[in-house]
Design a protein around this ligand. Structure first.
Ligand code: BGC
Length: 522
């Protein structure tokens, strides 16, 4: 089988608002990204994935799209997007863009039309508008993933569904206008130069009968929330029973999309699904040969730093994707969760980076992860995430993972902007700037650079892994490389192992300290 570019690609996620500002308004933009493409090339990634930069009132970090075929002025314009695709390609980088098919922004023209039209009208049928059970009770008891009810009432008494913020009305995928509009959007970005898509909430587009109440299986009455999705013990029972996740109807949509992707032939367009499903076998349905190419495997991203857990999770995923002839993906951080250096600690994060970068499959790196950035701290008054507001502050939300990147200099805002950054950057990030880490041979940045270079040299195309140790110390062999990470609390002697240490997350001698990892070349 011919190997496709995405099978073993390293894909770097850019959160455009936080990456690099070029015009001093305190928010990152497309020109800023263009100015940093050489940094990404030198880091050694194969592709970038851009979180949304489309027209949006930005109530949910741009995942509330008001016009999916235009660039929001805060990020630039369509010419900038075109230029970004072109320049990225000149550097050998592919560009994956986000597509957000579960919902539009309430500022989208369709939703405005729907509000101005009558119950039952064609304009309302593009969304999920229903009468309530009575004048004050929504059609069912579904809860928004951001907290609070999933229904909002409009002036004439009807209710519309929003699985996320009330400014993100869910689209009705049984309506042909919706299907046609997204197909147009896919072609629009491909024609402009994009190489693929990350599909937001890809498991959510089809819904069960809205008229049935569903009580959540764990009795967490108001807790169908992102934090539940991060907790393995609660998440799984939950996911298997949600009436608006992973319904069979979603697959028809992706079969149609696949035909569009394939019509671009040698461009080798790829699509990766953001899915939260259970049991894991359900995930592989999204990568059947006539559907999508990858799905995000979030289990490792949320996993404890625990050898048994990691071994089980990784080995199961490797087996599962094989059934569909697909390749796995790995990630340690993204814009929706606590940064890995904060979640499992800076040392363990370095060790885990070496561990996942050795695995077969594709790896996603979230911007700033290569610097070892922890979550940003801020006062509650600085927070912007709708999760914070919809839960009345019970959950702090995701802003900590979205603090702008520190590039250079010794003073805040470290070269990110000449203005005031949209979220505060703390002075302690001085030691995390690209400039600072560039000069330090032991920095996280240089560890990632070396790992990506050695991965290309020794691991790409080297096939399956063989597990060597699956408890306490996790280790596997792939091609000429043995990857070891010490998850136990004791030093692990490597004196007898033979081979040459070509990469280590920490200073090592004859033993590998706890929370450290290495690559041995045999
Ligand atoms: C995105 C989030 C977003 C949500 C609603 C998620 O999966 O990654 O950032 O808030 O979808 O679009």
């Amino acid at each position: 089988m011919v190997s496709k570019w995405w099978n073993e690609a390293v894909i770097y996620q850019i959160y455009p608002r936080s990456f690099q500002d070029s015009n001093g308004d305190g928010e990152g933009d497309l020109k800023g990204i263009i100015s940093r493409l050489s940094y990404l090339r030198d880091l050694g990634v194969d592709a970038i994935w851009l979180s949304p930069f489309y027209r949006s009132p930005n109530k949910d970090g741009g995942y509330d799209v008001a016009n999916p075929r235009d660039v929001d002025p805060r990020f630039g314009n369509l010419e900038d997007a075109k230029e970004l695709f072109k320049r990225a390609h000149e550097f050998g980088l592919r560009v994956v863009v986000d597509i957000v098919p579960n919902h539009f922004s309430s500022e989208h023209k369709w939703f405005k039309e729907a509000l101005n039209d009558v119950p039952g009208s064609a304009a309302r049928q593009r969304f999920h508008f229903y009468d309530g059970k009575d004048s004050n009770t929504p059609p069912n008891n579904w809860i928004s993933l951001f907290g609070g009810p999933a229904w909002t009432q409009v002036a004439d008494g009807q209710w519309y569904l929003h699985l996320f913020d009330s400014s993100q009305p869910d689209l009705n995928w049984e309506n042909p206008d919706v299907k046609a509009d997204f197909e147009e959007t896919l072609r629009f970005w491909l024609d402009l130069g994009a190489d693929g898509f990350r599909i937001d909430v890809a498991h959510g587009l089809a819904k069960d009968d809205i008229h049935i109440d569903h009580h959540d299986p764990q009795g967490l009455s108001d807790a169908l929330r992102l934090d539940v999705l991060m907790e393995p013990e609660r998440r799984n029972d939950y996911l298997a029973n949600i009436p608006f996740f992973d319904r069979d109807g979603v697959h028809e949509i992706y079969r149609d999309w696949r035909k569009i992707f394939d019509s671009y032939g040698e461009r080798d367009v790829m699509a990766v699904a953001e899915i939260w499903v259970h049991p894991p076998q359900r995930a592989t349905r999204y990568v059947r040969s006539d559907e999508l190419h990858q799905f995000f495997n979030f289990d490792v991203m949320n996993a404890p730093f625990d050898s048994e857990y990691l071994y089980q999770s990784i080995s199961e995923m490797l087996k599962l994707v094989k059934v569909e002839n697909a390749w796995p993906t790995w990630c340690l951080s993204n814009h929706d969760c606590e940064r890995v250096a904060s979640r499992i600690g800076a040392d363990a994060a370095r060790a885990m980076a070496l561990f996942v970068l050795g695995l077969p499959g594709s790896t996603y790196i979230y911007n700033g992860q290569e610097l070892g950035l922890p979550n940003g701290e801020m006062d509650d008054s600085d927070r912007q995430d709708p999760i914070y507001f919809r839960t009345q502050g019970r959950q702090k939300g995701r802003d900590g993972a979205r603090v702008p990147l520190p590039w250079s200099g010794n003073e805040v805002p470290f070269g990110f902007t000449s203005g005031k950054p949209w979220l505060p950057i703390k002075q302690q990030w001085q030691e995390f700037t690209v400039e600072h880490e560039d000069k330090d041979p032991d920095s996280s940045l240089n560890l990632y650079r070396r790992a990506l270079q050695l991965r290309k040299q020794y691991l790409i195309g080297s096939g399956d892994l063989t597990w060597i140790s699956t408890s306490g110390v996790l280790s596997y062999k792939r091609g000429p490389i043995t990857v070891i990470v010490n998850i136990s609390d004791q030093p692990y002697s490597i004196a007898e192992l033979g081979g040459q240490v070509i990469l280590a997350s920490h200073q090592i001698s004859d033993s590998l300290p706890p929370k450290a990892g290495l690559w041995l070349l045999s």
